[in-house]
Design a protein around this ligand. Structure first.
Ligand code: HEC
Length: 151
């Protein structure tokens, strides 16, 4: 099971990188909700589909979250700090079985997660509590968190 989880998270992360790279040539003013539907939305949907199919709970969590649902659960605070401090730390499997995997900021992500004043209009309108901006390449964007449903 764990090998399958690791493989699927790698695949989802690579998929998002590829999709983001595909929109990087767009002008900032041409980035709309449709663009999002071709980048972060499919990543989130695939993660949920995988979780449901395998009886897992999966999420993307961040201290700088865009969707209020994706705020970091305080119980992962110490782990999060480890990922922030050590940029070479890719993934952690906790003793309770939870799998945490780094989400890294890449250049193409800055189209929507870059400078605060440069955010696409739809982001500003749709996410009044948005904290997922002002990132730089190489920073920690957040974590994939995969937990078993019942123990
Ligand atoms: C076209 C715009 C766009 C691009 C490009 C983009 N994102 Fe996002 N991203 C969004 C939006 C909008 C959300 C909020 C999704 C929601 O409502 O759940 C989001 C949410 C996320 C989340 C979930 C946590 C949160 O803050 O709610 C992560 C993690 C994330 N993005 C990472 C990335 C990474 C990594 C890249 C680059 C590889 C990237 N994004 C590129 C628009 C984008």
């Amino acid at each position: 099971m764990w090998g399958q989880i690791v493989d699927e998270i790698e695949a989802i992360d690579q998929m998002r990188s590829g999709l983001a790279a595909g929109i990087v040539a767009l002008d900032q003013s041409d980035i709309t909700e449709k663009t999002f539907e071709a980048v972060c939305k499919p990543a989130g949907m695939r993660l949920q589909q995988f979780a449901v199919k395998n009886g897992l709970r999966a999420s993307q969590q961040s201290v700088k979250n865009r969707n209020p649902k994706n705020a970091l659960d305080p119980k992962w605070k110490d782990d999060y700090r480890r990922f922030e401090k050590d940029s070479s730390l890719r993934a952690v499997t906790r003793s309770d079985g939870t799998y945490l995997r780094r989400i890294q900021v890449e250049a193409a992500c800055l189209k929507c997660h870059g400078q605060t004043n440069d955010r696409p209009v739809f982001v500003v309108q749709k996410y009044p509590e948005d904290r997922a901006h002002g990132f730089r390449v190489g920073q920690l964007r957040g974590l994939y968190v995969i937990e078993a449903l019942a123990r």
